[in-house]
Design a binder for this molecule. Structure first.
Ligand SMILES: NC(=O)c1ccc[n+]([C@@H]2O[C@H](COP(=O)([O-])OP(=O)(O)OC[C@H]3O[C@@H](n4cnc5c(N)ncnc54)[C@H](OP(=O)(O)O)[C@@H]3O)[C@@H](O)[C@H]2O)c1
Length: 290
């Protein structure tokens, strides 16, 4: 067995590589952490080559990459670039995890929370704030699980674009874009839905108590916002499967414990082989096994 130290190369699009991601890396068993900030796509080739051309193919599973930063779209561009520069045909690749802004691990944890309260297949769900990086991933994972998913946005056209992109990935997905920007259309949007996951911007209230008081189909409410006022009125940030008026509720901290577990497990998983790409669906699958 190789006794080479476990090296994680952190490629962060922000000027200062995320302290949060660095702490999780160490807690996940990383022995050497090389952190690079302000990384641009044109700089990725050299960084990847440094990772894959040093150790022999048999030892490359002791080196891995983590792509992070607060801008999820920028992280996605880095991941695409990382993949271009691996040479798997020669065994020269290392595993990589994308978790820019915690989007993959947060979405996975939210959908895991929902799955604790019933089979997701056929579940009627709505993702409020469904056009953001977290919301899009939540919608993707719910659709993969066979849920009937409404994607909510203040602009229906934006939601429609998200649904189109998801349909291209999952042709048999049951997806419906809805406008959910004011009380009248929010009430219509949640009608008949049993699961609401709110993934709106920090500090934005997406669902008020008044908007949901006449909706008898609701069973589970999950809010990912940690910045008051919270995204779903009436939920407490620490709620973790807490029943309120007959509805199971989760707040951001209630989901956060699972998110942390998934994040650590995903980093640890990188060191099991040198050919993995852990994006939303892989991270979710990993969370299912925890
Ligand atoms: N617990 C954790 O570990 C963790 C980790 C990451 C993120 N989060 C939280 O998860 C949530 C989603 O993150 P994100 O990065 O995907 O969010 P985001 O991109 O900032 O916002 C998501 C969506 O919210 C809507 N929105 C923006 N401003 C709004 C406003 N003033 N009023 C109503 N809606 C508004 C937008 O959709 P439309 O324009 O289409 O309406 C946007 O696409 C955030 O609250 C974030 O803090 C938690």
């Amino acid at each position: 067995m190789s006794d080479k130290r476990k090296i994680l190369v952190q490629l962060d699009t922000d000027v200062h590589p995320s302290v949060f991601d660095r702490v999780v890396a160490i807690d996940a068993g990383v022995e050497e952490l090389f952190s690079y900030g302000g990384v641009k796509p044109e700089q990725v080739q050299g960084l990847v080559h440094g990772a894959i051309f040093t150790r022999g193919p048999a030892e490359l599973k002791r080196t891995a990459l983590f792509v992070g930063g607060s801008d999820v779209a920028a992280g996605e561009r880095l991941l695409a670039e990382v993949r271009k520069h691996m040479l798997p045909q020669f065994g020269l690749s290392v595993s990589v995890l994308l978790d820019a802004n915690g989007a993959n691990t947060t979405a996975a944890a939210a959908v895991r929370a929902a799955a604790r309260h019933g089979d997701l297949k056929g579940t009627t769900a709505i993702v409020l704030g469904g056009t953001g990086p977290v919301g899009q991933r939540v919608a993707l994972l719910l659709a993969r699980e066979g849920a009937k998913v409404r994607v909510g946005s203040r602009q229906q056209e934006k939601a429609a674009q998200v649904c189109e992109r998801l349909k291209a990935r999952i042709p048999d997905a049951d997806l419906e874009p809805v406008a959910a920007g004011d009380p009248a259309n929010v009430r219509t949007a949640i009608e008949g839905r049993s699961l609401v996951i709110a993934a709106g911007a920090a500090g934005a209230v997406l669902l008020t108590k008044a908007d949901r008081k006449d909706c008898s189909s609701l069973r589970t409410l999950i809010d990912l916002s940690a910045v008051p006022p919270l995204g779903i009125e009436g939920i407490e940030i620490g709620d973790k499967g807490k029943e309120r008026d007959g509805i199971v509720c989760y707040g951001a901290i209630g989901v956060g414990g699972t998110k942390m577990k998934i994040h650590r497990a995903a980093v640890a998983r990188l060191f099991e082989s040198n050919d993995q790409v852990l994006d939303a669906e892989e991270v979710y699958a990993l969370g299912q096994g925890l």
